[in-house]
Design a protein. Structure first.
Length: 406
């Protein structure tokens, strides 16, 4: 290499340069062909080995899919490594295994790969760029390459993120991707003693491997294998932690103007939980609020209207309506979009939109996810649908309700 660089530097070896250019072009063509073959292979696996259920919304809607009564396929597969969950960590685990020479199966619960990164969380969180390394850094370098920028970025349009994840998978030898492969509920993990011998998906496919990775968000593989787990808040006394358990009310993420939470008959409005404040430091089974991340645009040619959801009920938003009125009177102006939601600019006139933590009632569906960790697939589907209804209802209300200031 040094020799050829020297030849080029001194303006010699034109034949060498031409030969090398031809060789490089041929190599690039072979690589492209290999990429296309790998992509076709994933398509074949998708069509022949997998039963897929396409839901109306991706991401959390994985749980509305394959049930125990779905049509079964009797197929068995042997691998060195099986990775359950096509989240970014699952994808990187599969790619790392393939690069080490392992035969890897990556099982995707739904019909997409990339988890939250390709499902709406387009502005990835980090404290400092220096903490990003390894395969995540490799991925974000592909993002930079895609957007033709030399400035380090972790912002990416959802469809671009999925395309780049698929590229990493298809360019890695030994990795097979299976879509629509949710674990058989409760009985999907087969063991001898404490050792997992195989896993069975709701489609009837059996996967055997020397090692298994649970890269799902919910940890179903771990739970179905009998691994102990916990959720919620522990009390102060359990581990002698002074900051554990229920906390005193705080001003942040709360209503900052007075709102009447009752109907005229004395019952509470939707969105209000009635009861005594828990004793400080005590435990509970509550979990953090869930939310859908949303992709908005300022490009009118790429816009679609906020549609009225099938189960829309305007009375669901009386609390928000009252809060907007109260907030307007207190602040001398009506709240804008950035008071209620937080839009993070990404690429191509788009924004990643999430809740505004300082606003009392935003896109986080507070209390809507209680019970999710131990819920059945059917129950999780109901919880997921309720979040979809909440999010689409919120957007429709803000965009169309006559009570909302322009």
């Amino acid at each position: 290499n040094k020799g050829s660089n020297l030849l080029r530097f001194f303006g010699k070896g034109k034949g060498e340069k031409k030969k090398k250019k031809k060789k490089k072009k041929k190599k690039k063509k072979r690589k492209r062909k290999k990429f296309e073959m790998r992509r076709e292979m994933i398509k074949v696996i998708f069509l022949l080995k997998v039963i897929c259920l396409v839901s109306t919304v991706t991401g959390l809607f994985d749980y509305s899919g394959l049930s125990n009564n779905s049509t079964k396929i009797k197929a068995q597969f042997e691998y060195d490594l099986v990775v359950y969950g096509s989240t970014p960590s699952g994808i990187f685990a599969a790619v790392a295994g393939g690069r080490e020479g392992l035969r890897v199966a990556l099982l995707s619960v739904g019909v997409h790969v990339g988890g939250m990164t390709s499902g709406g969380l387009s502005k990835s969180d980090r404290k400092t760029d220096a903490c990003v390394g390894g395969l995540p850094l490799e991925f974000f370098k592909l993002v930079m390459q895609h957007y033709n920028t030399e400035t380090f970025t972790m912002n990416c349009e959802p469809h671009v993120a999925e395309r780049l994840f698929l590229r990493m998978l298809t360019e890695t030898d030994g990795v097979d991707v299976y879509f629509g492969q949710k674990l058989e509920e409760n009985f999907g993990v087969n063991k001898t003693g404490t050792v997992i011998t195989s896993i069975t998906t709701a489609s009837g496919a059996v996967f055997r491997a020397k090692q298994y990775v649970d890269a799902s968000y919910e940890g179903d593989l771990l739970a179905f294998s009998g691994t102990s787990y916990t959720y919620g808040r522990e009390s102060i006394s359990q581990y002698n932690e002074s900051m554990a358990g229920a906390q005193a009310p705080i001003d942040y993420a709360n209503f900052d103007s007075i709102v009447d939470p009752f109907y005229p008959n004395g019952t509470v409005l939707p969105g209000i939980e009635q009861g005594e404040w828990p004793t400080l430091g005590t435990s509970d089974a509550r979990i953090q609020a869930f939310a859908f991340r949303m992709c908005f645009t300022q490009n009118k040619s790429n816009m679609v209207p906020f549609f009225e959801p099938e189960r829309y009920d305007a009375s669901r938003w009386i609390l928000l309506q009252r809060y907007i009125d109260s907030w307007t009177q207190q602040n001398g102006r009506a709240p804008g979009l950035t008071d209620i939601l937080t839009p993070y600019p990404i690429w191509n006139e788009k924004t990643d939109v999430c809740e505004n933590g300082g606003w009392g009632m935003s896109s986080d569906y507070v209390g809507g996810a209680y019970g999710f960790p131990d819920a059945s697939y059917a129950e999780k589907a109901i919880i997921t649908q309720s979040h979809y209804d909440y999010t689409t209802g919120l957007l429709y209300f803000l965009a169309n309700d006559p009570s909302v200031p322009q």
